[in-house]
Write a protein that binds this ligand. Structure first.
Ligand code: PXG
Length: 447
């Protein structure tokens, strides 16, 4: 594409000035690889943006999408239904921990999070407990970009420009990463369960009767794969239960097999009151997100003192439960199950773990973490140029057949579940070369 053709599009979360000088374009994708404009193949090190664990162009998904488009391409989301959406809700509820059995559909992780927060507030209100309006998030959290999500989120760059419009009554727990206590941990760190007690401090400060919900990612993904300390989520669960506070897991990344189980809740043995999901539910082929809620939360709305024909929850989207997304979701869940891909992700975990931890000792590698089929590698920033070192690793990868993902000076890896052990090892060897090759220089430009 020529420069003028690139002009109109404002890319999200991207350095537009730099991109338009140095465009990176992919033209097609198959399996675990993208093809670039100049005909090279790039290994998909983050499964798209954590959303394509089955790889690309899976024939059963392509077929489901085409068939649904021909049969029923859209049906109104309010007061009308279609069978694919009901079937998908039933399937998802069946995969969730026992007791979490109703599904509200949205179209992205951001919408899923805002939906979960709104359900939490409305649930307390419908039960006559409207004083519970506070929402507790966590430092370094990513919960998407809606006003709810950025308010409970904890990544400063996503918040500071919008500080004037944050939700009121939000507080944050500390994040759980601590270099000196857990550097180069494999799986869950043994240090840090006590950080959950910070919730007791917030309860003492605000009083439990004002707190509606706590939202956490079981593993913090976007901020660079921060794995929860052993016992931490259990303690959060216990404190929430004791104080009547809802616990929401944002499983937009960890749901649908990334941790080698249906949901992180199951891998980690902690059951929240709601799970927000997106991404892997449709293998990223078409946007979809949603919230799985505990039965009694759903039922509280049905028992409200309102006429039977009245709407119970004033919330929803034009594309909630879109039939094409639902059909694609059903196909994706069939494939995960029939091909045993969550088990495969679990089986690949030790391969990724061994490979990624071999990066310890490479120049500037400060920390390596892993859990499920996910890993984070922290690089020491170039002096005075935060984020540039990882950006250059990403650029090196793009030129050398690996589509790495970086955030600040962290490289995040979340390869497709269909990857072979050899592909994972090659990904790490290429990353090693990139880390060794990328050197600081005095130029102020990105490249
Ligand atoms: N919650 C979590 C935990 C997420 O990871 C969202 C909500 C928002 O989802 P939407 O669909 O609105 O983007 C996310 C999104 C990365 C990366 O490189 C992560 C996300 C998105 C893009 C890139 O880690 N997570």
């Amino acid at each position: 594409m020529s420069r003028p053709e690139l002009e109109a599009y404002w890319l999200p979360f991207t350095s537009n000035r730099y991109f338009k000088q140095h465009p990176k374009l992919v033209v097609s994708a198959k399996g675990a690889y993208y093809r670039t404009e100049d005909g090279r193949e790039l290994f998909d090190c983050l499964s798209g943006m954590w959303c394509c664990p089955l790889g690309h162009a899976h024939p059963k998904i392509v077929e489901a999408l085409a068939r649904q488009a021909e049969t029923l391409d859209y049906s109104p989301a309010f007061q009308v239904g279609n069978s694919a959406t009901f079937r998908l809700a039933e399937r998802i509820a069946g995969m969730a921990p026992a007791g979490l059995d109703h599904v509200f559909f949205a179209n992205s992780g951001s919408e899923a999070v805002d939906t979960a927060l709104k359900i939490a507030l409305a649930y307390h209100r419908v039960r006559g407990d409207a004083g519970r309006f506070r929402l507790i998030g966590r430092e370094r959290a990513y919960h998407g970009v809606g006003f709810g999500g950025i308010s409970v989120g904890g990544m400063v760059a996503n918040r500071k420009a919008f500080a004037s419009a944050m939700l009121p009554g939000v507080d944050h727990l500390p994040h759980t990463w601590n270099l000196s206590a857990m550097a180069f941990s494999r799986g869950q760190p043994t240090w840090g369960a006590h950080l959950a007690d910070e919730l007791e401090r917030l309860v003492a400060l605000h009083d439990a009767s004002t707190i509606a919900a706590v939202i956490v990612e079981p593993v913090q993904g976007s901020t660079g794969v921060l794995v929860p300390p052993l016992g931490y989520l259990e303690r959060l669960r216990e404190i929430c239960t004791r104080h009547g506070i809802l616990l929401i897991f944002d499983e937009v990344i960890t749901g649908f097999g990334r941790l080698g189980a249906n949901f992180g809740a199951q891998r980690l043995g902690v059951v929240p009151d709601m799970i927000a999901f997106a991404k892997g539910v449709t293998n990223g082929v078409i946007p979809m997100g949603g919230v799985i809620v505990r039965q009694d939360i759903y039922e509280a709305f049905l028992h409200a003192q309102i006429p039977e024909y009245a709407v119970e929850l004033f919330h929803g989207y034009t594309y909630s439960g879109h039939p094409i997304a639902a059909s694609v979701g059903l196909a994706a869940l069939d494939i995960y199950q029939q091909e045993g891909l969550f088990e495969q992700a679990l089986a690949l975990e030790p391969v990724l773990e061994a490979a990624v931890h071999s990066l310890k000792g490479e120049p500037g590698v400060l920390d390596v973490r892993n859990f499920g089929l996910a890993a984070g590698i922290d690089l020491e920033p170039f002096p005075g140029q935060p984020g540039r070192r990882a950006f250059k690793v990403f650029e090196y990868g793009f030129e050398h057949d690996q589509l790495f993902r970086f955030t600040a000076d962290t490289i995040a890896l979340g390869p497709p579940f269909i990857s072979t052990p050899a592909e994972l090892e090659r990904m790490i060897e290429q990353l090693r070369v990139a880390i060794r090759t990328v050197k600081p220089d005095r130029s102020r430009s990105m490249g």
